[in-house]
Design a protein around this ligand. Structure first.
Ligand SMILES: Cc1cc2nc3c(=O)[nH]c(=O)nc-3n(C[C@H](O)[C@H](O)[C@H](O)COP(=O)(O)O)c2cc1C
Length: 183
């Protein structure tokens, strides 16, 4: 068993020009980096040229992305809601990895105009279960039209989610080291 900091990859799911996702991720990352029990890696999907069509060969950017997923013990996905679901950029990236996601916890910071990202999280839960991940109960929902990211509520929600991610991150890291996961 190791108490070494849990390596959390914070994935920025929107690659839209002029996206709000970068600012939302900055807020989350600044909170997570104040903690000494987490080590944060920001994985910005806009930095990867992931092919829109599946190719037979693994491209350097696909390998770089899946390598970052593999290195993480836990994930926070920062995602907007697009038409009550997640953006294509995020689904495309999720689908490029498989084993690298397994037996690891994931939490969500979701935002939108109106719904506050409620629907996108429910869709992602289904996807993550298929990938043998553990979705933590804690979550952050932000309505960008009617809410203050600096208010106490989102901060409390973020800390609760990060606490749960750490717990599951430690537990599942030990479990993966003890015996291979059965997928
Ligand atoms: C194609 C599209 C669909 C959207 N659908 C929803 C929606 O279903 N619910 C919602 O609350 N906001 C919706 N929005 C608003 C976005 O959540 C909001 O613009 C957000 O800033 C987008 O994230 P981004 O700027 O990081 O890309 C939609 C925006 C776009 C571009």
């Amino acid at each position: 068993m190791s108490d070494a900091p849990v390596r959390v990859a914070v994935i920025i799911g929107s690659t839209r020009e002029g996206r709000a996702g970068e600012a939302v991720a900055r807020w989350l990352v600044s909170r997570a980096r104040r903690r000494d029990d987490l080590e944060v890696d920001v994985v910005d999907l806009a930095d990867f040229d992931l092919p829109a069509r599946y190719l037979c060969a693994v491209t350097p950017d696909v390998a770089a992305f899946t390598g970052r997923v593999d290195a993480a013990d836990a994930f926070v996905v920062v995602t907007p809601e697009y038409n009550h679901s997640f953006p294509a950029s995020l689904k495309q990236a999720i689908d490029y990895a498989y084993d690298e996601w397994q037996a690891k916890p994931i939490g969500f910071v979701a935002y939108g105009h109106g719904s506050g990202g409620l629907y996108v999280i429910e869709h992602l839960r289904t996807v993550c279960t298929e990938l043998h991940m553990v979705v933590v109960r804690g979550r952050v929902n932000l309505d960008l039209l009617d809410g203050d990211i600096e208010a106490d509520g989102p901060a409390r929600d973020a800390e609760a989610m990060l606490d749960q991610l750490r717990w599951w991150g430690l537990a599942l890291r030990d479990a993966r080291a003890a015996r291979p996961y059965v997928s």
